[in-house]
Design a protein. Structure first.
Length: 334
């Protein structure tokens, strides 16, 4: 029975971390949504990708392009990123960039599409050749524009990658567009990494505040679970019906607030005697309390999905240990 008790304590602690992380995540999403952190990081990522730190060159051109301008309200102002889009599709970015580099690019894509359509319907070869010639001429104009960018120190960091992509695509404008989309997606992977890093630090800060306000001390929580079998059983039962963390991206602020309230109620209903009580703060326990808060904040910073995954794994282990212990106990009676 000793092994299952340890697992129950682990399940209880992990379940508490899951609930606290869910609440912290909901609070973090409200804060990040208010400051439009996704839009800020997207703008930063595009500025880095296009080597336009001042956001007055290609960045401004792209955000003011029709492919992007319709994704947000108001005028583009890098000093007021709260109004900017939190997501720009790769296709929209690619067309906006290529049109900015050489305005005939939209005609290149149209011409290629026309060639494919005419080939499919077996239209006269002469018309198809004419369209192919038009495509080659326009592509060469685009090559000339990118070559000029590559030889200019102020634009070489974007011009050189485009020259390479054009070389690989040959005269196929659609392949070039796809290459730019892939380039953009690679840059957005870096933006996702920045956002995740900031989110983790934000969760740590929010988690530390939560731990102090409601006195969520990991050391104390584990001690309570180890001493109270009834509490362990009730929390394990609640953990068995735990739901996967909900993603609140795309929801309104009011919906995020409601999600935060619901997750806070789950924390209050878990059964762990959180909060402040007379005599909690003392010279003898001050250091343990501070360490316990830090442990709770670190746990919360790992995020609700992490703890939900851990909870499921520990549950699987428990489901195999329990029958074995029961079988062993029954065998020892004979």
């Amino acid at each position: 029975m000793f092994g299952s008790s340890i697992l129950d304590i682990a399940i209880g602690a992990v379940f508490v971390f899951l609930l606290l992380s869910t609440f912290a995540t909901a609070v973090n999403e409200i804060i990040f949504s208010f400051f439009n952190m996704r839009g800020r990081e997207l703008l930063r990522g595009i500025a880095t990708l296009l080597s336009d730190a001042q956001k007055t060159g290609f960045v401004r051109e792209i955000y003011n392009h029709g492919q992007v301008f319709g994704l947000f309200e108001g005028d583009f102002d890098p000093d007021k990123p709260s109004k900017l889009p939190s997501y720009i599709p790769a296709r929209n970015f690619a067309l906006a960039l290529l049109d900015t580099v050489a305005h005939p690019f939209s005609e290149i894509v149209t011409a290629n599409a026309g060639v494919a359509a005419q080939s499919a319907t077996s239209i006269q070869r002469g018309a198809s050749d004419a369209l192919e010639e038009q495509t080659i001429v326009l592509t060469q104009a685009f090559k000339d524009a990118t070559q000029r960018m590559a030889s200019d120190k102020s634009t070489e960091k974007i011009g050189k990658p485009l020259v390479t992509m054009i070389t690989m695509a040959g005269n196929d404008a659609l392949k070039l567009q796809k290459s730019v989309e892939d380039w953009y997606n690679s840059g957005m992977d870096r933006v996702s990494g920045w956002y995740k890093y900031k989110t983790q630090w934000a969760l740590f800060g929010i988690g530390l505040v939560i731990a102090i306000v409601i006195n969520a001390n990991t050391i104390r929580i584990v001690k309570q679970l180890s001493q109270d079998s009834t509490l362990r059983s009730s929390i394990v039962a609640a953990a068995e019906s735990a739901r996967a963390p909900q993603v609140n991206q795309g929801k309104s602020t009011q919906e995020r607030i409601e999600a935060a309230k619901e997750s806070l109620m789950d924390v209050n209903n878990v059964g762990i005697p959180l909060g402040w009580h007379h005599g909690d703060w003392s010279a003898d326990h001050g250091l343990n309390m501070f360490v316990g808060w830090l442990l709770t904040a670190l746990a919360i910073s790992l995020g609700a999905p992490f703890w939900f995954d851990i909870l499921n794994k520990v549950m699987v282990v428990r489901s195999t240990v329990k029958p074995r212990e029961k079988s062993h106990d029954e065998g020892s009676k004979d």
